[in-house]
Ligand binder design. Structure first.
Ligand code: SAM
Length: 274
């Protein structure tokens, strides 16, 4: 289930370069999408006033900002200096640090809650990162994380199909853990159970990605996400207009005239330490 063997160091470098380059584009295009998951993430982990909360792969700081608004004391970490700088700009009163999810710079049993909003699939070794979350949690503390789910209707599927049809998915980019590994409830429960988490639950959720026009999908992927931007950047430039047109065609059924609303299904997983 963890997929074919791959080179974690090459994947980490690829992701790191992408997120450093795309931090502002991500904030511009994805804030309205990934923040939809944050209230469910916080509620599922029972975040409450006075709790000590760690936001892993914090990006622009959305989960930290919300947890602090709920009265928690927060620390956000991300391996991209540019993301950390952006988070500090967005939430200047909060604590953000550059650190790797697989090597958290905190002592054992330090946090009541660990949150990872759409970060796990980007880690070269997600199992190690989830074990690190377990280590830094207090006994009885909760881990909550989200991942995109596979669906014919998802914007990710529309984009991947367009690339497969008009370009190529095999362009030699470093690969990581399979895209939808942590959308599989059984896999999430098996991985968390193996680490020592108990009472693991998974919930299917659907968020929506709102584009001003159906032909905006390719541009937003190019400007905002490490894997998709890398995949599009590796295509023959001559086929890019065809890929863009195919993406727009895939989005057309979701166009409502003044806005295009694409479904983005996800899975929320929660586990308890001990
Ligand atoms: C899809 S973004 C999610 C950002 C944010 N949590 C949100 O809610 O939108 C993924 C983030 O994971 C970070 N990231 C990827 N690999 C990481 C690692 N090994 N350690 C820490 N952060 C990492 C990236 O820099 C990026 O900010």
């Amino acid at each position: 289930m963890s997929g074919a063997p791959y080179d974690p160091a090459a994947f980490r470098n690829f992701e790191h370069e992408g997120w450093e380059r795309l931090s502002h584009g991500y904030h511009r295009h994805w804030e309205a999408l990934t923040t939809q998951a944050v209230p469910r993430l916080l509620a599922s982990a029972d975040v409450a006033k006075g709790m000590h909360v760690l936001d892993v792969a914090c990006g622009p700081g959305y989960a930290s900002g919300a947890a602090a608004a709920w009265g928690a004391t927060t620390v956000g970490i991300d391996f991209s200096d540019n993301m950390v700088a952006l988070a500090k700009t967005n939430f200047s009163e909060l604590d953000f640090q550059t650190a790797d999810a697989e090597e958290l710079p905190f002592p054992d049993g330090n946090f009541d809650v660990v949150l990872i909003n759409f970060g796990v699939l980007h880690f070269p070794d997600p199992d190690t990162a989830l074990a690190e979350a377990y280590r830094v949690l207090k006994l009885g503390g909760r881990l909550a994380f989200t991942n995109w789910a596979r669906s014919e209707e998802s914007a990710i599927t529309i984009a991947m199909k367009a690339i497969a049809d008009k370009g190529s998915l095999e362009v030699g980019l470093p690969t990581g853990t399979p895209l939808y590994r942590f959308a599989d409830h059984d896999e999430c429960k098996a991985v968390l159970g193996g680490i020592g988490f108990t009472n693991t639950t998974c919930a299917d959720l659907t968020f929506t990605w709102r584009l001003p026009r159906p032909d905006m999908l390719m541009e937003t992927f190019q400007q905002a996400t490490a894997r998709m931007s890398g995949l599009l950047g590796a295509q023959d430039p001559e086929v890019l207009p065809d890929i863009s047109a195919a993406m727009a065609e895939g989005c057309a059924p979701y166009d409502q005239g003044s806005i295009t609303i694409l479904p983005m299904p996800a899975v929320l997983t929660v586990g308890t330490k001990g």
